[in-house]
Design a protein around this ligand. Structure first.
Ligand SMILES: *Cc1c(COP(=O)(O)O)cnc(C)c1O
Length: 431
């Protein structure tokens, strides 16, 4: 790594804790110095000395049209000329709300926020207000932002009350959060049998993108929907990552499940800070000013974010967009898999729409990981070697074995071939 980059990291650490404004950026999982970037275009991101990297993070998902897409940038420039924020309703918010409700059939009404964290936090408050119950259920390995109730893991006993995963979260909050293993229908049934009439909601990443990429079985979602309906609990799909990423109607379209509430973020703001939660009219009408569940935001529905989102939806809704995107993902993932097989590297992969996962399994007979324990059992040293080998060759992957990969529509055949060639070289070294 260059001296200049080391210096930037040193300077950053002086007044920013760890030198970063979100922990994963610090490379803590993979070691080494994070690369400071200063611009991006299409499939590429550039460090401060203008070295190009083919980027498979895409700002953790939003850059599905590629970085600095001219149409989006133009929309933001025009919006900026008209003023940055008014604190009043604007027609742009209505356009985005109409668009999302039109594309995602389970969403009748929607409220904008400024981040995914606010969306999930507010959806949970709404579910509690609507049901008059306190307990919530989440799953091991799913991430829903950093609000108190959600930074909770399973307690020591199965089906026990939760324990905070972060200092600063009161045990009193954690005791209302029940954490279950992902992709385990029986655990859901057992949980509802024990706690049923106390559960306000279940929140789930319908396809997990925060423990690498894990695609659960249909039975998991069928059981969730069944149990929530039978027990009067609100089913919340956290599609902050998967919404408009794996397809135009998200993971709920893929599984054919109608959640009661859905959270969005990331893609819908095209890279500007945004989140949203929406769902059944009867539930959404409980939010202030219509109902008694309070929720607000000074910059919610910000005109820059809304106009960026409107521009982006124009491209996402073009016929064949997701076919083209998933074909790129298939080319990449299949190419990397073939390279791994050639060198005897035990790689497992997942892919759907514009998203993919890569696992270095420790056991040559292991299948594709299906839950958090199986992800944790992967060979983290192998991942770290792969990550740094790729970075050195100008390929920018997520700096953690617990993150997914993201493709943009701007990744060219050459980008994909260069990435596979780089992987082939790294695997040869690892073999
Ligand atoms: C990113 C993410 C969040 C949090 O969104 P922020 O905008 O970072 O607050 C919540 N849920 C899921 C599934 C996410 O991937």
């Amino acid at each position: 790594m260059s001296t200049k980059n080391e210096q930037l990291f040193m300077q950053a650490r002086k007044h920013i804790p760890g030198g970063v404004n979100s922990p994963v950026r610090a490379f803590a999982g993979v070691g080494g110095t994070p690369v400071f970037m200063h611009k991006a275009s299409g499939s590429k991101i550039y460090d401060t000395e203008d070295n190009a990297y083919i980027d498979y993070i895409g700002s953790w998902g939003p850059m599905i049209l590629g970085h600095a897409h001219p149409k989006v940038i133009d929309a933001v420039k025009k919006a900026a000329d008209d003023g940055l924020s008014f604190g009043t309703p604007t027609p742009f918010e209505t356009t985005v709300a109409d668009k999302i409700c039109d594309l995602v059939p389970s969403v009748d009404m929607i409220r904008m926020t400024s981040s995914g964290t606010e969306a999930t936090m507010s959806a949970i408050r709404l579910a509690r207000g609507y049901t008059g119950r306190d307990n919530i259920v989440k799953f091991e390995g799913c991430y829903h932002g950093h609000s108190d109730s959600l930074l909770v893991k399973a307690g020591s006993g199965m089906l026990d009350i939760g324990e905070p995963t972060s200092k600063g979260v009161p045990t009193d909050f954690a005791k209302h959060t029940i954490t279950l293993p992902y992709n385990d229908p029986q655990a859901i049934k057992d949980c509802f049998e024990k706690w049923g009439d106390t559960i306000a909601c279940v929140i789930v990443e319908p396809i997990a993108g925060n423990m690498n990429m894990v695609i659960p079985d249909q039975a998991f979602h069928d059981t969730l929907r069944e149990q929530c309906t039978a027990n009067g609990s609100v089913l919340i799909f956290d599609e902050v990552m998967t919404g408009f990423r794996i397809g135009i109607n998200g993971a709920q379209g893929h599984f054919g499940i109608e959640p009661d509430l859905t959270c969005f973020g990331k893609i819908i703001g095209a890279g500007l800070p945004v989140g949203a939660f929406g769902g059944k009219r009867e539930i959404m009408e409980q939010i202030a000013p219509m109902g008694g569940v309070y929720q607000a935001g000074t910059l919610s529905g910000n005109p820059l974010a809304m106009r960026a989102g409107i521009a982006m939806f124009e491209d996402l809704t073009v016929d064949g967009f997701y076919d083209e995107l998933s074909a790129k993902v298939a080319d990449l993932v299949d190419g990397i898999q073939a390279a791994a097989d050639k060198h005897g590297i035990h790689l497992r992969t997942n892919k759907l729409g514009g998203m993919f996962g890569m696992f270095f399994v420790s056991d040559k007979d292991a299948g594709v990981p299906k839950n958090f324990d199986e992800v944790t059992a992967c060979d983290m040293t192998a991942f770290n070697t792969f990550f740094h080998g790729m970075l050195k060759r100008g390929i920018y992957l997520a700096p953690s074995a617990y993150e997914a990969g993201f493709m943009s529509i701007k990744h060219s055949d050459t980008d994909i071939k260069d990435t596979i060639d780089a992987a082939d070289e790294v695997f040869a070294e690892m073999a």
